[in-house]
Design a protein around this ligand. Structure first.
Ligand code: M3P
Ligand code: FE
Length: 307
């Protein structure tokens, strides 16, 4: 991997900052790594090495402010910005230090209305394990649900076809899976990867721009997904669907809502695609299996509630 590496950060709006800090720190089990003068609170998953991946700020409305993908280095960042501009996408630069421990970010708006960023630099603070002869886990991995990393986002907005072109033609992603609408042609949902992961980002066609369906956090095992469900119930977290398995991506999953109604996913599994794999297609008749393989059910809340 030499271009776009991974989803590196996402900024989420919450109603009550301190209630949300308690939720993300003690229930989801993220590690708080800092607060800035704009009132934002920064978190990372325990096994992530960079300073932050999940940032919250207090607001009247829930949802997503922006998300950022880390790229290999500054040369790659400059090249991708030039490529975006040549493709016809306007970019701007957020200065280094605007986000804690984070270098300059190239920012642009996707056709679906989401603000996306690319950046090359974020301070490595480590995962609490040593680089020489590390142990397999530490206290942070045993606090709350404790996912290992921010894995992907699923976003809702109009014109996902135009997003697909940008991700495939400019950013070097490939289309892993898709869902076709009832007409058998229109691509209603797309799962895209820039890596060996089954997806790094996904989009669903939706009339309203800039909406968040979920941020997803990776667990190490199915047992840990089930334990996440235990912890959700012990803390009276509102759960949407699961534990179950998607046909799409084969991910094994639970979806729940944070105290502000932002959906998040704790999942494991799926397969590891290569860029030369042919895209897997789900037709509309099999979408219930794609969504929930054992139950073969289109869950109304899952398909319609976004922030
Ligand atoms: C995922 C995933 C839908 C399926 C979503 C799948 C919208 O979030 O992680 O594979 O049906
Ligand atoms: Fe997901």
């Amino acid at each position: 991997m030499t271009g776009v590496l991974r989803p590196g950060h996402v900024q989420i709006r919450v109603f009550d900052l301190e209630e949300s800090v308690r939720f993300y720190r003690d229930v989801l089990g993220l590690v708080e790594t800092g607060r800035d003068d704009k009132g934002r609170v920064y978190f990372k998953c325990w096994d992530e090495r960079d300073h932050n991946s999940y940032i919250i700020r207090q607001a009247e409305e829930a949802g997503i402010d922006f998300f950022g993908f880390k790229v290999l280095n500054v040369e790659t960042l400059d090249k991708l910005e030039a490529d975006l501009n040549e493709y016809g996408i306007e970019t701007s630069r957020m200065p280094a230090g605007d986000m804690l421990a984070t270098g300059e970010r190239v920012r642009f708006t996707l056709p679906t209305g989401h603000i996306m960023e690319l950046y090359a630099e974020k301070s490595a603070v480590g995962n609490g394990l040593t680089n020489a002869n590390p142990g397999p886990w530490n206290a942070a991995s045993e606090h709350g649900i404790a996912p290992v990393r921010l894995d992907h986002m699923l976003l809702y907005g109009p014109n996902v076809a135009a997003n697909k072109k940008i991700f495939e033609e400019v950013l070097g992603f490939f289309l892993v899976e898709r869902v076709l609408a009832e007409d058998g042609e229109f691509e209603a949902a797309l799962w895209l990867s820039c890596s060996h992961k089954v997806h790094d980002i996904a989009f669903v066609e939706h009339p309203e721009p800039g909406k968040l369906h979920h941020c997803s956090f990776l667990m190490e095992s199915w047992e840990k997904v089930l334990r996440a469900g235990d912890i959700m119930s012990m803390n009276e977290v509102s759960v949407d669907i699961g534990p179950t398995r998607h046909g799409i991506t084969r991910g094994c999953t639970i979806y729940a809502w944070d105290p502000s109604g932002n959906r998040f996913e704790t999942f494991m599994g799926g397969y590891q695609p290569y860029p030369d794999y042919e895209t897997i297609t789900w037709d509309w008749d099999h979408f219930p299996q794609g969504l929930d393989y054992p139950q073969r059910k289109l869950h109304e809340s899952f398909l319609t509630i976004v922030t």
